[in-house]
Design a protein around this ligand. Structure first.
Ligand code: NDP
Ligand code: MG
Length: 387
């Protein structure tokens, strides 16, 4: 098999380092074209040295000299700034991991798609905010968009792409997060440290908080709508505390196909890295006898209003999902900063959606304008709330 060039956007994060772990195990199969990070010079430089990356880009321009010094004496080219990340994505690697967190990943993801290669998408916020603009770009440039989010990767593996009309429903599982069994009163006092302590998955801070509010599952239902051709009411979520079944696909004949695995992001990442083939991973094999039982229960919309809000947004379409995403990013950052309480996250998102109702975006610039408007609306709601 020929060597594939690989670019990792967000190489220092949770998904980025898992991707590096797999790529580094098979140096004969993969050659690293570019690695990017925002602030973590040490992590980026170490990864570039280990892999012999052709290019390393740090988003924060103030850290350019540090990165240059850290990579002195190597063949790795160094660059910095937001545009340099987009340029790195545009280099046209055979395979690109889009693992920047938040809407910051949108332009780099679009640039990677324009290169026409394979784009493994972890950065769900891009798809939630820009939806069809992302999938249309993939199609227009002949790029292959592969879902890395574990639930969507599971659906991708169970979905009969030749007969989408034979599928009536897609169900994504959710662990329920660290507050699955907490009362509303207990959640009101929940701290950032408690919220980022996920029971099954080890992830970045933002998605960990999203998992605690269940907003992550809401974002994922919207993500799934853009990846798989079913009507908006064809997507649902179910709580499954063990995180062993990742998603279920219901066919019209009553068959339900599911994908199972030990909760380890290296499995879906490896699936997208080797696709359409398979590659071995060091992930712990699934031992169902040791796990003993698999539980499923309906989500509690009263304690987790973020899921209800996201379902309303999915049904409404238009600009609503870009507003949802931006307001959530603002609220999660404020919560992690200790400026608002845990339950305020969903309240702020709800208020931003109530206050702001622009028309649907028709370009990426429109998406960024809506994103900015939603951030202002969320900020205003937050100021009233904390006054
Ligand atoms: P992390 O916070 O661990 O990592 C984020 C990465 O993006 C880091 O490399 C970070 O650089 C970089 N980054 C942060 N801000 C910016 C910015 N403004 N511009 C450019 N780069 C930036 O996140 P995760 O790895 O957990 O998540 C990444 C994405 O994947 C998210 O969209 C998440 O929803 C999705 N995802 C994650 C899963 C997981 O298991 N973690 C599972 C499924 C999806 P630096 O380190 O320098 O700050
Ligand atoms: Mg997921």
């Amino acid at each position: 098999m020929s060597v594939r060039s690989v670019t990792i956007l967000g190489a220092t994060g949770s998904v980025g380092t898992s991707t590096l772990d797999l790529v580094e195990r098979e140096p004969d199969r993969f050659r690293v074209a570019a690695l990017t990070a925002q602030r973590d010079v040490d992590g980026l430089a170490a990864a570039a040295r280990r892999t012999g990356a052709a290019l390393a880009v740090i988003g924060d321009p103030a850290r350019y000299e540090d990165l240059k010094a850290a990579l002195a004496g190597t063949k790795t080219r160094v660059a910095s700034g937001e545009q340099a990340i987009v340029d790195a994505a545009a280099l046209g690697a055979d395979w690109t991991m889009a693992a920047i967190v938040g809407i910051a990943g949108l332009r780099p993801t679009m640039a990677a798609l324009a290169g026409g290669g394979t784009v493994a998408l972890a950065n769900k916020e891009s798809l939630v905010s820009a939806g069809a603009l992302v999938t249309d770009a993939a199609q227009a440039h002949g790029a292959t968009l592969l879902p890395v989010d574990s639930e969507h990767n599971a659906v991708f593996q169970c979905f009969d792409h030749a007969a989408p009309g034979s599928i009536r429903k897609i169900t994504l599982t959710a662990s329920g997060g660290p507050f699955r069994d907490w009362s509303i009163e207990a959640m009101r006092a929940a701290t950032p440290a408690q919220a980022v302590k996920h029971p099954n998955w080890s992830m970045g801070a933002k998605i960990s908080v999203d998992s605690a509010t269940l907003m992550n599952k809401g974002l994922e239902l919207i993500e799934a709508f853009h990846l798989f051709p079913l009507p908006a009411d064809g997507f649902d979520a179910i709580i499954h505390p063990q995180s062993v079944v990742h998603a279920l696909v219901d066919y019209v004949d009553g068959s339900v196909l599911a994908q199972l695995g030990t909760p380890d992001m290296r499995t879906p990442i490896a699936h997208s890295l080797a696709w359409p083939q398979r590659m071995a991973t060091p992930c712990r094999p699934l031992d169902l006898a040791a796990i003993g039982r698999l539980d499923f229960l309906a989500p509690d919309h009263e304690r987790f209003p973020a899921l209800t809000i996201a379902l309303e947004v999915l049904a409404a379409g238009g600009a609503r999902s870009a507003i949802l995403n931006a307001a959530n990013e603002v609220a999660v950052a404020a919560f992690l900063d200790g400026r608002i309480g845990f339950l305020d996250i969903a309240l702020i998102v709800r208020k931003a959606l109530d206050r702001y109702d622009p028309p649907a975006p028709v370009s990426i610039d429109d998406v960024f304008a809506i994103d900015a408007g939603a951030r202002r609306a969320a900020q205003a709601a937050m100021e009233i709330m904390t006054a």
